[in-house]
Design a protein around this ligand. Structure first.
Ligand code: NDP
Length: 805
């Protein structure tokens, strides 16, 4: 490795060594700006610079030389309170502006960022330690692009997102690895959609956020629309917990993401989480190895590896592994580590001493666990937080360094034999943020891309980002997308959402159990033992218990099985085996859905009678409900082969395929008050998109669900796609929420149940959709429109395919 020094070297020596000299970017303007701020960063609230309520500040330093940059306001609850008050006051009029008016503000911000791009990049590098080459050529241009792109979305919001509205005040908490870029990813869509913002940067990196606030001042963004709260975790926590905030957008560690999920559970706050990763960089034997090596440099040594989607797990096909490692080691030796403002360096400083210690500890642990350490031979670590580019070989897929995010310039290498094994190792991770696939065979690469559990897949490329393409993870890498149209939905809601009430609709009749007698069961002339439906088979409950089922008059008419933990486990296992449903075509799924509709139609009278009996509907109402349910199945079938993806066109020579994929196993606790229609309206879009469902039906109308599985048996639906577990809804909800192999959870029930689902889902980061105890109108085509349900039933994966002869 070359270390950047400015010693007096003769020309002859330079010719011999070919070592780079320093080419330092001037920091004069940045230092002048810091001096203009008296090296003090305050909050920006309601268009004013405000000292912290506590009057406390902490120091921020340049990690490349440990020089003091500024003292930073230490925000607390009182500061957050005044920011929320300002943002709340500003929100209605900001939302009421035309999309065009908001677009003009975003456009002005983009222009100002471009005009001051050099100051922004130098400041970013000083504050964070990242190479100026990266902040200048990657971070800041992407920031400007983000504001331009979202100015466009503000302009076309009315036509592109009809019947949607802003959420209100949003709280945004960002990390230190891409300070201004993360700000842009969050602020631009939020403002475009008519929300007002309270943003908290990471305590290590506040500088460019302060400069951004100054730009908001310069473009005369209305007071209170953008508010900046500086500080540490307690300021972040105050934002998360504030009752006046409608949405939290967070980027950072998975641990804090889980805490935020738990602390917002049941509050009704919308949440998007962009968390950690351990992304696979898969190299097949036919890849162009020289390109691969450059790809690896960009994957793991870009930004010192402090990248959530860093390609930190190198998976090499066995036949080329040795050759690739030799090339890689040669390239590592040539990487230049040094001061972030030197334009010739490849690798800058780690953001802070604490992060450096974490990296060192994890590498040591890797070696203790059997890995072989390769580091470039020379790295000057004396004057700042530097760590050399590092490669660990002989790593076991299950070892700590292969599983845990190191968040530093550390690559772990493993081998595989077949494409199937590559996929298996790539997916052997609790994360699912990104992956790179390297092969000259595009068929192979495009075959592997959908199989890897990751939100972004780069083919023969890595770490590509653009405002037009959504970015976000699967699994414990979080949920929600940032960028593109998919990202806008994180900042809007359907207008009818705010009209929902927690009062039960008067039309809903509830059965009250009369005394249970065998006679009443006999009188109803139903003597059928309903069963659970698991893996396509009628199954007795593991507990051996049943619970009585009543008609609307309160007469016991049958017994339904009381499902338990074991039955849920079996249902999830059956769902796991039904992946052929996920992989089959939308056309094939549509055929099965039409068949289900046809079979219900054939028994429509029977279902209508049962609806009358259980829910007290008149025959005409019940008939109409069956007809509506059949129509909804037709809609889901119609969309099964039409709700397809998009092709984004980032400014580079790349096509980005935004592919819609099934979420996986979805638990659905159907609305209690809307027996048959609620059940059909929820499960059909889920399975149309290829998900497998574990359904807990309405308890009052459970018999309808057990009638329904007879339909499934005769409709060619493969076993395991829909599994029906009847019983105590609260207990089943609790078990489902805690199950680690369920990917999504849709819940319509009580406020408390909603809170439980969100809280317990934090452990495995299930995608939750709950009603917070509010009642939907299941007959309303506006509310139960397909688009919302279909959107919840898919994850969007962006597959980046560069082209060029
Ligand atoms: P954190 O997740 O702790 O911090 C991210 C942001 O959240 C910061 O603004 C932080 O404030 C704030 N924060 C911290 N705790 C809370 C809380 N309880 N409630 C609300 N906000 C909170 O990441 P770190 O900076 O500590 O980095 C630790 C590890 O996280 C890294 O080693 C890396 O593995 C991962 N990470 C992942 C990132 C990603 O992009 N996915 C980015 C950064 C880190 P403050 O800075 O003041 O602590």
């Amino acid at each position: 490795m070359s270390v950047n020094t400015s010693t007096n070297t003769s020309v002859k020596e330079i010719f011999h060594t070919m070592e780079y000299g320093t080419a330092t970017e001037s920091a004069t303007a940045a230092h002048q700006w810091l001096a203009s701020k008296e090296h003090t960063f305050d909050h920006y609230i309601n268009g004013q610079w405000q000292q912290p309520n506590s009057k406390q500040y902490f120091d921020s330093t340049n990690p490349a030389n440990l020089e003091h940059i500024a003292k930073v306001a230490d925000g607390d609850v009182a500061d957050v309170d005044s920011a929320v008050a300002a943002a709340t006051k500003a929100q209605k009029s900001w939302q009421a502006l035309s999309g065009h008016a908001r677009a003009k503000y975003l456009y002005s911000i983009a222009r100002q960022i471009q005009k001051h791009s050099r100051l922004f990049s130098v400041l970013e590098s000083l504050d964070n330690g990242k190479a100026i080459r990266e902040s200048r050529d990657i971070d800041i241009p992407l920031v400007a692009r983000h504001f331009y792109h979202h100015a466009g979305w503000a302009q076309v919001m009315d036509s592109e997102l009809p019947n949607h509205e802003a959420l209100g005040v949003v709280g945004q908490i960002i990390p230190w690895n891409f300070p201004l870029l993360m700000l842009a990813w969050k602020v631009a869509p939020a403002l475009a959609m008519g929300n007002t913002v309270i943003l908290k940067p990471a305590e290590f990196t506040s500088a460019t956020a302060v400069l951004f606030a100054q730009i908001c001042e310069e473009v005369q963004l209305p007071e209170g629309v953008f508010n900046l709260i500086l500080g540490d975790a307690k300021a972040g926590q105050a934002i998360v917990e504030h009752k006046g905030i409608a949405k939290i957008a967070f980027t950072g560690s998975t641990n804090v993401g889980k805490l935020i999920r738990q602390s917002t559970a049941g509050s009704g706050k919308k949440l998007s989480l962009e968390l950690g990763g351990k992304s696979a960089f898969i190299v097949f034997e036919d890849a162009d190895l020289d390109s691969v090596v450059e790809g690896i440099v960009d994957a793991i040594w870009f930004n010192q590896g402090q990248v959530c989607c860093a390609g930190s797990r190198l998976l090499m096909q066995e036949s080329i592994a040795e050759k690739l490692i030799i090339k890689l080691k040669q390239r590592m030796e040539k990487l230049v580590v040094g001061d972030s403002l030197d334009k010739g360096i490849d690798v800058g400083a780690i953001v802070d001493q604490s992060q450096l210690e974490t990296i060192k500890k994890l590498v040591l642990l890797g070696v203790e666990e059997g890995a072989t350490l390769h580091q470039a031979s020379n790295c000057d670590t004396d004057n700042g937080c530097f760590y050399p580019p590092t490669l660990l070989t002989d790593v076991e897929p299950a070892s700590t360094v292969a599983q845990q995010e190191i968040f530093g310039p550390v690559l772990v290498a493993m081998t595989f034999r077949t494409p199937a094994e590559a996929v298996q190792i790539a997916n052997n991770s609790r994360y699912g943020l990104a992956a790179s696939i390297w092969s000259e065979n595009i068929n192979l690469a495009l075959d592997i891309a959908p199989k890897v559990k990751a939100g972004a897949v780069w083919i023969n490329s890595t770490n590509l980002f653009d405002a037009s393409a959504g970015f976000g993870g699967y699994r414990e890498s979080g949920f929600g997308r940032e960028g593109g149209k998919e990202g806008l939905y994180e900042y809007v809601q359907e207008k009818w959402q705010s009209t929902l009430s927690d009062k039960k609709p008067s039309a809903v009749k509830v059965s009250k159990a009369k005394s249970v007698t065998t006679k009443s069961v006999e009188n109803s002339r139903i003597d059928r033992t309903a069963k659970l439906y698991i893996g396509g088979k009628q199954t007795r409950p593991d507990s051996g218990y049943s619970i009585p089922a009543f008609d609307v008059q309160g007469n016991q008419i049958a017994e339904i099985p009381s499902g338990s933990r074991k039955d849920i486990r079996n249902a999830v296992e059956a769902a796991n085996k039904a992946t052929a449903w996920t992989n089959t075509s939308g056309h094939n799924r549509a055929q099965v859905l039409y068949f289900i509709a046809e079979n219900i139609d054939a028994r429509a009278d029977e279902f209508a009678k049962r609806i009358s009996q259980l829910a007290g509907k008149t025959p005409a109402q019940a008939q109409a409900e069956v007809e509506l349910a059949i129509s909804r199945i037709f809609s889901s079938a119609a969309w099964a082969d039409k709700y397809d993806g998009q092709i984004h066109t980032p400014p580079q020579r790349i096509v980005t395929l935004a592919m819609k994929e099934a979420v996986g196993n979805i638990a659905i606790v159907a609305p209690e008050e809307a027996g048959f229609l609620g059940m059909i309206s929820t499960i059909m879009p889920a399975i149309a998109m290829g998900n497998r469902v574990i359904l807990v039906p309405s308890q009052q109308c459970a018999l309808l669900a057990t009638d329904f599985y007879q339909i499934l048996n005769t409709s060619d639906l493969p076993g395991g796609v829909i599994n029906i577990i009847t019983g105590n809804r609260d207990e089943l909800t609790d078990t489902l929420a805690k199950h680690l192999d369920i990917d999504g959870f849709w819940y319509w029930g009580t406020k408390e149940g909603s809170k439980l689902v969100e809280f317990e889902s934090a452990a495995s980061m299930k995608r939750t959709w709950v009603n917070y105890g509010k009642y939907y109108d299941w007959t309303s085509s506006e509310q139960i429109e397909q688009d919302l349900f279909l959107r919840k039933a898919v994850e969007i994966k962006n597959v980046w395919v560069p082209y060029g002869a």
